[in-house]
Ligand binder design. Sequence first.
Ligand code: SAH
Length: 354
Amino acid sequence: MRARIASAGPLTVAQYMAEALGHPQLGYYMGRDPLGRDGDFITAPEITQVFGELLGLWCLDYWRCLGSPDPFILVEAGPGRGTLMADAIRAAALDPDFLATAQIYLVETSPALRGLQEEVLRDHEVTWVESLDHIAGEAPLLLLANEFLDALPVRQFQRADDGWRERLVGLAPEAGSFCFCLDDRPVSLPHVLNTPEIMQAPPGAIAETCPAATAFVSQLAARLGRHGGAALMVDYGHTRSATGDTLQALHGHRPCAVFEEPGAVDITAHVDFAALAAAALAAGAHVHGPRPQGAFLRELGIEARTARLAETVPEEARQLLESGCRRLISRDEMGVLFKTLAITGAPQPVPAGY
Ligand code: SAH
């Protein structure tokens, strides 16, 4: 990237993030398992098995509401270690017809994580694809995505005295380290950011868009509108588009600078749920939520399921289940910062939890 910037000029923030996370050999996700205690971050399905179980039952419930279509497509985008899908399948096996009818797809770009998923899901027939367009057929689709959209590259814009300019990644004169700079020319903000609050922001304010997330949701929504089905997206983010720099990097569960060792640290940005909902509506689908993760999971029965499981395990495992449940739903932890947005092809039925 340094050589590229030196010869062709600064990169956009999205180009930097895409390269740091997704470079085929050196990208952060490509060669490692970033999850868990020994990794850089931990996610809901790794905290408690109940998360994946409830999402699996959410799919089963919606499939039945649709009249148990045969075949249907069950997809997870960004499946990490495969834990969520394994827990979802185990719970949804309550109805053997559901699994017998499902064509399972995982949207994954990382060879390392795909290897882990193959192991965890070895008893099931699964097809791996790099993007949604590789999922053929006209069957109804059910899709889950947890902490997938936050990993997609964002563009940033900064308010200057003469309008908005794209924020870029250049090289600092000393030691050739990366630094932020602004494009020479003003640009008009992407349409999704044209809210009164953003338009009136003072000089220095930063606004973000995630074109890859919007494109993913538009494509998904169009497909749900055509062939039916539902998608559930869970992530951290905001319900209204607003100004703010949410680009962040993590290494060993600690925040670090976004320019520290690209390829070796996790880089994410908060999800703009308002922009995603708008993209889904524009593509002809219906949206439900976003709802805070805590309220959504409570309505799906996380406390009852946790209590039931806890009765059957030794004391240490019981404590882990209970603290895991609290972590996912409490307002001071993941209960409010994380949100769930559902997209359906038709206005009815309304999916569970909304
Ligand atoms: N959903 C999992 C993992 C979240 S980490 C969990 O909750 O534990 C993000 C996941 O998205 C990883 O599996 C990563 O390899 C995948 N990913 C990142 N960018 C991607 C892209 N552009 N296309 C497909 N998968 C991607």
